[in-house]
Each structure stands twice: as structure tokens, then as C-alpha cells.
Unconditional design. Sequence first.
Length: 468
Amino acid sequence: MNLNPELLSELEKIVGASYLFTDEATRKTYGHDETEDLNFPPHVVVKPANTEEVAQLLKVANTHKIPAVPIGARTGLSGGALSIYGGIGISMERFNKIIEIDEQNLQITTEPGVITQVLREAVAEKGLLYPVDPSSMGSCWIGGNIAENSGGARALKYGVTKDYVLNLEVVLPTGDVIWTGANTLKNSTGYNLTQLMVGSEGTLGIVTKIVLKLIPQNKHNVLLLVPFFKAEQACEAVSAIFRAGIVPSALEFMERDAIDWTLKFVDGLNVSVHDNVQAHLLIEVDGNYPEILIQEAEHILTVVEQFEIDEVLFADTEEQKNALWKIRRSVAEAVKANSIYKEEDTVVPRYELPKLLKGIKEIGNKYGFQSVCYGHAGDGNLHVNIIKGSMTDENWRTEVPKGIREIFELTVRLKGTLSGEHGIGLVQKNYMDLAFSKVHLELMERIKAIFDPNNILNPGKIFPDASN
């Protein structure tokens, strides 16, 4: 598909010549995210500045039945922002302002192109907390977090993106503009379109303004790194901690390779890992009273000491805490730098984590691939990085997809599902039949058709190819 000069001229009138790009380099830049090595350039990249411009762009796309894809910070891991049919790539990078921090009502109104960490730091200056903290928070945007219902380490205690979204300004594929909810903590007025939009991966509308709930910031935290001699026991300990009545603010699992590769990848980290250690749990508790936190940490110790563990590291300085969190947040980059890989985003009830981990390793042995596992173990969310290593291109192409399907089959058998926080997008859509019945998928497709009757907004995502 080529966009003719008349159509390009129409788009240029909306955003201005300085914000319309058709050169190959720009198109390729906006044609990839962090999903493997995929690249699907749009035919044209536009950078609107306000809601009205987005509305006009979608009206043009809808009238001419041209694919339009909202593009954020391109940090996604499911191919959600890839323009697989070309068309118009709508970059939201000019929507980068925090509009208001309402300290009286504990709310923030923001545009979607604000970096998540920038937003977190802005409210922290006022003693407030927006707790959602994906590993890419230093580069991802809050709009992308809305699209994927992002989580992060502290989702365990505080919840994920959907738990903080009160109201959204959304441009529908037809170019109509709506607010989905109200700036209130309770709302039982009609269907919950706000929650429908959160996690819809840019297929139902383009978010242009966001109202988020904030909470008071806790003043103190304690962080422990617990080494386990058996990886499955580390997974078993996760459920045991909760059954003991403790709710950590974060509980992260890292397999041995994850830490080893990260220590080689990131300079200046000094953590000693003994040879027979197979996995670590990174455990944080937070609150306002240090003496209570110390008691909780001691309670955690009594739980993990029931398993085969090495010496526990208490991070008692901010420098140590930052170093440990840097290890965890750098794992994905370290794995990517080490080998060609595919990352899957499994999630199960936390008690089933040992079975999931064991099964993943058995499936890897069956199909000849290595995996490096890590993730938000406290809420059952395990990221599975499948490593190409010395596999032949043929086996990588033919055997690995079979293994991935078996991993998802196992996940569903364990009462889990396909994605905890990365979304379905392009790369997981053909596994959706494992999680949903035909009736369920058809219902979701009918919802998509009501919002987007011409299927112009981010087409080819979420739904299996057979039903597109």
C-alpha cells in the first residue's frame, strides 16, 4: 500500500510539514520496539500535538480505510506498536506534559507521552506515590503502561496500572472523542469503559489524557537478597511467605544465569554468588515504622530458613539497595546482549510456580533450548527468556514455537494465562486459543468491531490469524 500525494498532503495539513516523515530511516525507527528483531515500518510517521490533531488523523484514516497505529516509547515486548500493515504511524511523543498534580484529591492528570519514572519522581517530590514500576520505567511512557496494563515489582502489594486509572480522554477510531469515566474513587455509572481501555493495546482508541489515583508515600523499606541452592525451592518459598501472613512490597525471582549474565553486563556491581546457588529471591517490605519492618524481615527469615539457602544479604544502605534493584532491572538487557532470544510472559497462581519452573526446564530439554527465568514471583508472573545460543536457525524456527506452545499449555493447565503484563500484541496472538474459547474470542472481536467498524486502528493484534 502506498499513500498517494493527496493523502499525504491532507495529513501534513493536520500536523504540519515538520511533523510528517516519509524517509526510510525514520520509518524504520518507528517500525520496531523491543520485541526480538522485528521491524514493520509505517508508510508515514506523524507526530500530532493535541487531541484535535489525533482526532483529525483518525478521521482521515477511517474515511480512507488506512491502518493507523499509535506508537509510544517502543519499549514493548509483544509487538503491540508495530505497523504490520504499514499505514500511518501516530507517534505520541509530543504528548509529554504533566497537566496537574492535585495534592488535595491525590490525583494526577497527565498526557500519555510522559516517561513513567518522570511521573513517579514528580509526585514523589510532593510526598506522594504512583507505585507502578515496570522494569523499563526509565524509558517507557505512561500511555504505553495504560495500553498494556503494565505491572512491575511493586504490583504485588500496590496493584497494576488498572488499579490507578480513574478517567481517560480517548480518541475513537472514528475520530470521536470521549472521557471514559469520572475523577472519583467510586463509579457505578454505566459500563466501565475506563477498564476496558486499559490493556486494550491500542486497538480500541488512542488515549490523549489520563487521570491517575495517587497514594501517600511510605518512608522506609528493608531489602533482602536470599540465595537458594535449589531454584524450585525458591519458588516454593514465595507462597510460604504469604501463608505466613507477610505481604512484601516486592518479591522477585532471579535464576542463576540471570544474575551471572547481569553482573557481567553491568559495571560496578559487587554481589558474590556461590557456585552451588541456583536462584535468588529479592524481597522488599515497606512502611512508615522501621521497627515493624525489621520484625517483618526477621519473620521472612524464619520462613526461608526452612529451605536450603545460603547467607542472606540485608541491604542496609541506599547504595546497596540501588545496586540490588539495578541487577533485577537490568536482567532483560543482559539477556538480550548475550544471545538472540524470545521472551514469554507467563503468569500462574503463585503456589504453582515450582511446577511451572520445572515444566519450563523439561520442555526446554525436549526441544533443545536453554531458558533463563526471572520475574515478579510474588504475583506468579514469570518471564521466560528462551535463548538461541548454539541452536541451528532451522531448529530455532521450527522447534522453539512448539516449545512455546507447550509452555503456554502448561501455564493454562496450572490455572494461569498467557501474559501478566506484556500484552498479547503480535507475537502471542496465535496462542489465544489456549486461554479462550471460540465464544470468548468472538465476543472480544465483536467489541473491537463496535469501536472500530473499519478495523483501521492497530489491526492484526491480539486476535489469532484465523479469525482476523
